[in-house]
Design a protein around this ligand. Structure first.
Ligand SMILES: *[C@@H]1O[C@H](CO)[C@@H](O)[C@H](O)[C@H]1NC(C)=O
Ligand SMILES: *[C@@H]1O[C@H](CO)[C@@H](O)[C@H](O)[C@H]1NC(C)=O
Ligand SMILES: *[C@@H]1O[C@H](CO)[C@@H](O)[C@H](O)[C@H]1NC(C)=O
Ligand SMILES: *[C@@H]1O[C@H](CO)[C@@H](O)[C@H](O)[C@H]1NC(C)=O
Length: 363
């Protein structure tokens, strides 16, 4: 059953628009820039050219370009569902004190930049990142059952806006053969960052939550793209010409701490409302880091061999070297699950289903 949400959200948005983070020349809508401290396993800021440490427990993803990004995967062989609280960062380059993804692991990447989010879709042999063959994986996000993220203390930055920013809202789906990651870099009165990176549709899959061109395996591309509707939102034009949105909640029934919960709608849509188009695509021949595989075996530690320093080079985007972070003067709690009603004024959740507390347990 699809239930209707009003498009205007007037009450909430009045409050939301008052707080925005200020940087040199950039400003961000409320709910975009993270102001908390980094997870305890992470460097204080994104750091390029760190040493090799294939035993690292660092959990800082930087999503910068087609050949400079990271993903969460298990520290040792484990399914995603068993390891979601303690997965670690694996990066294409040696950075953030994280583990390095061995060359040859990733077979295709589509790096998309939109006004509202940066998105990385990818294919590869992720058994090389400890995901068992055939594991259809799961979803990770900054909320988690304990409100400290899945994985706990996991953080995300990007420099696609011209400097490093710490992102509040992101979602990552990963299986043994593909992944998709979205970090929400901007928001507006229509789309909050938490709606655009909505993280509770964990059984719907990449094509549903992050619609786009998935026919890129074998190539590495960077594109601009139109903004998708938030996951699960379906626009409808009302008779007065205004657009409203309907949505749905993923069905789930099960037992949490001895209590049986059933939430969501039994009939759910099978596809996103639309697939945003991409443009200005540029293809990169390789995203190789050039580091010999022998230096990246399980448990390896050390400096990056100098012979690989030339490698394919790290992609650098303008003005991103400082690692400066942006802080919001009056940001909302980044712990969305604990205060979900303030983000939507209750409208969204009550319209969806009544068992909001159960939803909090699940993610
Ligand atoms: C790091 O992640 C935690 C858990 O989601 C969050 O509370 C904190 O604000 C994040 N810090 C930064 C700088 O992103
Ligand atoms: C590698 O990472 C582990 C866990 O994060 C840390 O304890 C260890 O000191 C690191 N080793 C080196 C050589 O940096
Ligand atoms: C918010 O951004 C989306 C995507 O660019 C756009 O369609 C929408 O009109 C914007 N809303 C407002 C109030 O500017
Ligand atoms: C992507 O391409 C690689 C290399 O051709 C192939 O082994 C793999 O099965 C493909 N992945 C998917 C999901 O089709």
């Amino acid at each position: 059953m699809l239930s209707t949400i009003s498009s205007a959200f007037p009450l909430i948005l009045l409050a939301a628009s008052q707080a925005s983070a200020q940087s040199s020349s950039l400003s961000f809508y409320e709910g975009v820039i993270a102001t908390g401290t980094m997870g305890t396993t992470n460097p204080p800021e994104p750091t390029a050219s760190t040493n090799i440490n294939q035993t690292s427990y660092a959990r800082l993803l930087s999503l910068n370009s087609v050949d400079d990004w990271c993903i969460f995967a298990p520290p040792y062989e484990s399914t995603i569902s068993d390891s979601e609280t303690f997965e670690v960062a694996w990066c294409t380059q040696p950075r953030n004190n994280a583990r390095v993804i061995p060359d040859g692991t990733i077979t295709g990447v589509s790096f998309l930049k939109t006004d509202m989010y940066v998105q990385i879709l990818g294919y590869g042999d992720l058994t090389k990142l400890n995901i068992p063959y055939g594991d259809y994986g799961g979803e990770l996000d900054p909320h988690g059952a304990y409100g400290s993220g899945n994985p706990e203390g996991g953080n995300v930055t990007t420099n696609v806006v011209g400097e490093d920013i710490n992102i509040v809202e992101w979602m990552l789906y990963v299986s043994y053969e593909m992944f998709c990651i979205r970090a929400c870099i901007q928001a507006n009165e229509t789309y909050s960052a938490s709606a655009m990176c909505w993280h509770e549709l964990d059984e719907m899959g990449c094509q549903f939550v992050m619609p786009g061109n998935y026919n890129f395996n074998g190539t590495f591309e960077t594109c601009d793209a139109d903004v998708a509707y938030p996951p699960g939102w379906y626009p409808e034009v009302e008779s007065d010409g205004q657009t409203s949105f309907s949505s749905f909640a993923q069905y789930w029934t099960g037992v949490v701490d001895g209590v049986t919960y059933t939430v969501g709608d039994t009939v759910t849509p099978s596809s996103a409302y639309s697939t945003p188009s991409s443009s200005n695509c540029v293809t990169t021949s390789t995203i190789s880091n050039g580091i010999a595989l022998a230096s990246l075996t399980s448990g390896a530690v050390g400096t990056v061999p100098t012979s690989s320093a030339g490698g394919s080079g790290t992609a650098s985007r303008s003005g991103s070297a400082s690692g400066a972070t942006v802080s919001a003067s009056n940001a909302a709690s980044p712990s969305f699950c604990a205060s979900s009603s303030s983000h939507y004024g209750g409208v969204f959740f009550t319209a969806l289903m009544s068992a909001v507390t159960a939803v909090v347990f699940l993610h």
